[in-house]
Design a protein around this ligand. Structure first.
Ligand SMILES: O=C1O[C@H](COP(=O)(O)O)[C@@H](O)[C@H](O)[C@H]1O
Length: 258
């Protein structure tokens, strides 16, 4: 196997969405502990959609060192930060408003730049450069953990099937003006950022995800955006799902040890 070939994804399935949430919380706390022991901080990027609700399970858990977290968004909708469509708003409602994470450690888009998406996206990329340059990254940032969702069309973050952004090789963050899923204006991490992370975990629950997961997990050669997330070694890709989301999926399950 070539030195940087991606390892196969690890698929962990749970009997219920609640069990999935508990295991995900355990996984995040373990990743946080390892990262802080190594580098004194924990860099995490989070998506929107159905994912933030699963993060509820972190509330009240022991072992969390919120002051060491540096939080970014894997994608964000270009709307005011208190708008119902904002991924930040969703994460705030589900988690940030309920835990003692320093607000200055949550890196949001600068909505005052909304009239110029290129500028807004560049400004967000600079936030990442400030965090990662000359620390633990080379050409691309190396996140300790990126949490992703998958849409019914196989999109992840705001990387949509057939979109020109799928071939972006240089930028860390890119703007999208024509998202097929509303709202149309967004920014997104690019594949090089997703594929340089140390850990990436997809989270999916419910029967509504089963059709797309059959394609993404059992037929990755289809090139759907979610199938193209394959972090290079030593990075590892995980899937945290409930049984309903993987009904009919043949890809082998790995038991998760709490
Ligand atoms: O628009 C988006 O959709 C994806 C998938 O969302 P889901 O509700 O189907 O889980 C999400 O991961 C992304 O962050 C969001 O902007």
């Amino acid at each position: 196997m070539p030195a940087h070939a991606p390892a196969p994804p690890v698929l962990c399935s749970f009997t219920s969405s609640a069990a999935l949430g508990d295991a995900l919380a355990h996984f995040i706390i373990k990743a946080q502990k390892e990262s802080i022991e190594k580098k004194g901080r924990f860099t995490i990027a989070i998506s929107g959609g159905s994912l933030p609700k699963q993060l509820n399970a972190l509330i009240g858990k022991s072992g969390l060192k919120w002051d060491k977290w540096q939080v970014y968004y894997a994608d964000e909708r270009v709307v005011p930060l208190d708008h119902p469509d904002s991924n930040h708003h969703l994460c705030s409602t589900e988690l940030w408003n309920k835990v003692p994470v320093p607000k200055s450690h949550i890196h949001t888009i600068d909505f005052s730049l909304a009239d110029d998406l290129e500028e807004l996206s560049d400004a967000y990329e600079k936030e990442l450069i400030h965090e990662f340059a000359q620390k633990d990254s080379a050409r691309f940032p190396i996140f300790d953990l990126i949490l992703l969702g998958v849409g019914p069309d196989g999109h992840t973050a705001s990387l949509f099937p057939g979109h020109e952004l799928l071939s972006e090789e240089d930028r860390w963050v890119a703007p999208i003006e024509d998202s097929p899923k509303p709202p149309p204006k967004r920014i997104t991490f690019t594949f090089p950022v997703l594929n340089h992370a140390y850990r990436v975990a997809f989270v999916a629950s419910g029967a509504g995800k089963a059709e797309i997961l059959k394609k993404v997990l059992d037929k990755p050669e289809n090139g759907l955006p979610a199938s193209r997330v394959r972090p290079a070694s030593p990075g590892q890709l995980y899937w945290f799902v409930d049984d309903a989301a993987v009904a009919g999926v043949e890809y082998p399950r790995t038991p998760y040890k709490l």
